[in-house]
Design a binder for this molecule. Structure first.
Ligand code: HGY
Ligand code: MN
Ligand code: MN
Ligand code: MN
Length: 402
């Protein structure tokens, strides 16, 4: 199975790790999902939002136990963020069959589409649409860097964009959703554990800072006469690091676009996208307000106009405590429920976070000794991956029997 993970994770389709929604490599990963499902005699389904499902038993019976994750990636992401959860789901099913487990409830495996939001800028599009957290109109307006809208991209991939919308009936038939994911940090490496259980997802969001200045000649314009948005942007990046450090939060300007983007032209417009996350809402608000306040001061000093748009936001997700504790017991908590299995929070968003408002949801993390993610350096050792599969199989067996 792990050999299979590598090609899926390092898809050669578009330069290795570029598995963007509805693009070539993403579609080939989707084909791989369907092949894996059909090879196991599972009933394959594509839902109205392009999420893929593989069923053992009839989901209409309800109270299904579902596991899975996503196969798309960020630009030059890693081989494990997403694919590890999907591959482990198929491997866990194989293990349960090998154990001779009889399933009293439907068991589902899901690949949620467009989790990273790398192409259209919004994370978890597939799960947000199904959970009704993204309207059809908002989704139809999503546009990529080449001006291709989500509907056009879906159509080009042979999917019907008019079909998208809430899928609450499908979600109502799920009794528990468990997403296994590579840890995007080093907590398990520090405690020396192979597998952990998630407690919560930090509140996080994406803001677009538009700095509008005055295009001019880089060589002939006196410094005193410049209204250079790049300067205001650069000072705002430093402010983001300062505000985050002060608050014990994180803030990243990870994406920028410049117009006219010429080496010898003072820009007219610099767009910077901020990703900020914190352990609680109040802290996140403090950090982002601080960054915006500093950015406005810098812009004013340069005679630059600043507009800030909040493009997406995910409130704190506290995973279902009863399900989390049941999973911890299944994974070996001792009699007095002292959790042997580490329980850890995460700053990374997940489809499980989106679903948690609708379905009892939990997450398992697999140790990542590098702690690195959203980079080719992301890693999970094979024996930790196998431990993750065994843990997931134990959890699915326990939940399918309750
Ligand atoms: O951005 C995130 O936290 C997730 O990997 N989509
Ligand atoms: Mn990710
Ligand atoms: Mn992920
Ligand atoms: Mn996820």
């Amino acid at each position: 199975m792990w050999r299979e993970l590598q090609p899926i994770g390092r898809h050669p389709g578009t330069g290795g790790y570029r598995r963007f929604a509805w693009g070539g490599a993403d579609l080939e990963c989707r084909d791989w999902f369907r092949e894996q499902a059909e090879a196991r005699g599972l009933v394959y389904e594509l839902d109205r939002n392009g999420n893929q499902w593989a069923w053992l038993g009839d989901p209409a019976a309800g109270d299904a136990v579902v596991t899975g994750s996503h196969l798309d990636s960020v630009p030059d992401g890693g081989a494990f963020d997403g694919p590890l959860g999907v591959v482990s789901s198929f491997a866990a099913l194989d293990e349960l069959r090998a154990r001779g487990v009889r399933f009293t409830k439907p068991l589902g495996i899901v690949n949620f589409g467009d989790e990273e939001g790398a192409r259209f800028g919004l994370a978890c599009v597939g799960s947000r649409l199904s959970a009704g957290q993204l309207t059809v109109d908002q989704a139809h307006r999503l546009t990529d860097a080449d001006g291709v809208t989500l509907p056009r991209a879906m159509e080009a991939a042979g999917y019907d964009p008019e079909a998208i919308g809430p899928d609450r009936e499908r979600l109502a038939r799920i009794g528990a959703f468990v997403e296994l994911h590579v840890e995007q940090g080093r907590a398990l490496d520090i405690t020396g554990d192979r597998v952990g259980v998630a407690s919560a997802i930090w509140p996080h969001g994406r803001w677009r800072f538009d700095f509008r200045g005055e295009a001019n000649h880089a060589g002939t314009t006196r410094l005193a006469d410049r209204h250079d948005p790049m300067l205001s942007y650069a000072e705002s990046v430093l402010a983001a690091r300062r505000e985050a450090r002060l608050a014990g939060a994180v803030a990243t300007f990870g994406k920028i676009s410049v117009e006219p983007n010429g080496v010898n032209a003072i820009p007219s417009l610099v767009r910077g996208w901020l990703d900020s996350r914190a352990a609680d809402q109040a802290t996140l608000d403090t950090v982002v307000d601080g960054i915006e306040r500093a950015a406005r001061e810098y812009a004013e000093a340069q005679g630059v106009r600043l507009d800030v748009v909040r493009e997406s936001f995910t409130p704190v997700v506290e995973f279902d405590h009863a399900l989390r504790d049941e999973i911890a017991r299944i994974l070996g908590a001792d009699e007095d429920a002292e959790l042997k299995v580490p329980v850890l929070g995460t700053g990374a968003g997940h489809d499980a976070g989106i679903l948690s408002g609708t379905v009892p949801t939990a997450m398992l993390f697999v140790r990542n000794p590098t702690g690195v993610s959203h980079s080719p350096a992301e890693y999970a050792a094979e024996d930790d991956c196998v431990a993750g599969v065994t843990a997931l199989a134990d959890v699915l067996e326990g939940l399918a029997r309750r």
